[in-house]
Design a protein around this ligand. Structure first.
Ligand code: MEV
Length: 311
């Protein structure tokens, strides 16, 4: 049996903007998806999905998951028409919108295939396979989620819009910082929401370009504040980034409630993360005491939440 894993992620700054070639900052989180793959006697592939999930997520994503696995197998040049394979997905990463669940499973499957068929792929190639798999879910992913899933760490990612080499820069925070992640419990469709933002850009270019300009200014300070561990400053910038995402109409009332709850409980800043219109919010809560306080406040509102660190 061959095994591979992929990390979950939180986009700290720049989801949606990254689709249009702007840099974004992403952090892998400790939770992972693990894929175990073995040969079976019958042809074709089958999947047993044992990942913990937000209710309904796996069912909603099943047809996209099928398309994604076909794309990964094709990109890997693997033929399962005679000797088939069984893929078992597990690990501690919750299958939910916003945490890079699809990318983590693509990376895990790509790694396990690499092992099973002795493909001798390096991380760059694994990332290419995971990116192909992401297309099954997203249509036209930027590549940020699979890059975080494969390489881990804290990254500044910039998509090359000419489909050349994306820029991936590893950065460092002075030390890891506590965050709280709150889950709306709603599964979102990235392809659809990204399409909505494209529509807004076409219909209202002035509004879109204003948001882009504000984001560009914000991102420069965001990177410096993370590298210097200036969490007060970073928190304020998270709030600003959330406001820009509201202007792009990708937040929703549940995400706004989560963000407000976290801020009122003392978080240094909070924003939605990932696709939006459901999925996750994360709040910057330096120190265990503040993290616990914000975690309790979010749970008290009736949302699922967990504590982790970034950077
Ligand atoms: C989804 O995690 C992030 C988006 O920016 C889409 C993408 O980058 O492909 C919304």
């Amino acid at each position: 049996m061959a095994v591979g894993s992929g990390s979950g992620k939180l986009i700290l700054f720049g989801e949606h903007f990254v689709v249009f070639g702007l840099p974004a900052i992403v952090s892998a989180i400790g939770s992972k998806t693990v894929a175990s793959i073995e040969f079976k006697d019958s042809p074709g592939w089958q999947v047993e999905d044992n990942r913990p999930e937000t209710l309904g997520y796996k069912k909603e994503k099943f047809s996209q998951q099928k398309a994604s696995i076909d794309l990964i197998l094709k990109a890997a040049g693997v033929d399962v028409s005679k000797k088939g394979i069984k893929i078992v997905l597990g690990g501690d990463l919750q299958a939910a919108s916003g945490v890079g669940a699809s990318a983590a499973s693509c990376a895990a499957i790509a790694r396990a295939l690499n092992d099973l068929y002795s493909l001798k792929l390096d991380n760059r190639k694994i990332n290419e396979l995971a990116f192909e798999g992401e297309k099954g879910y997203h249509g036209t992913p930027s590549g940020i989620d699979n890059t975080a899933a494969v390489f881990g760490g804290l990254l500044v990612f910039k998509k090359d819009l000419q489909l050349g080499k994306n820029s991936i820069e590893l950065i460092k925070a002075r030390k890891p910082v506590e965050v709280v992640v709150g889950n709306t419990g709603l599964t979102s469709d990235t392809k659809f929401v990204v399409g909505e933002v494209k529509k807004l850009k076409e219909e209202n270019p002035v509004k879109f370009n204003e948001a882009v300009k504000k984001y560009q200014r914000l991102l420069i300070s965001a990177r410096v504040s993370i590298e210097q561990g200036d969490w007060k400053k970073a928190g304020g910038l998270l709030d600003e980034n959330h406001a820009l995402l509201q202007q792009l109409a990708v937040s929703c009332k549940e995400l706004d409630l989560l963000v407000d709850t976290a801020r009122q409980a003392g978080a240094f800043g909070a924003k939605m993360t990932g696709t939006g219109r459901g999925g996750l919010m994360f709040a910057l809560t330096p120190g265990k005491q503040l993290q616990d306080k914000v975690l309790d406040a979010v749970k008290l509102q009736g949302f699922e939440a967990f504590a982790t660190t970034i950077g």
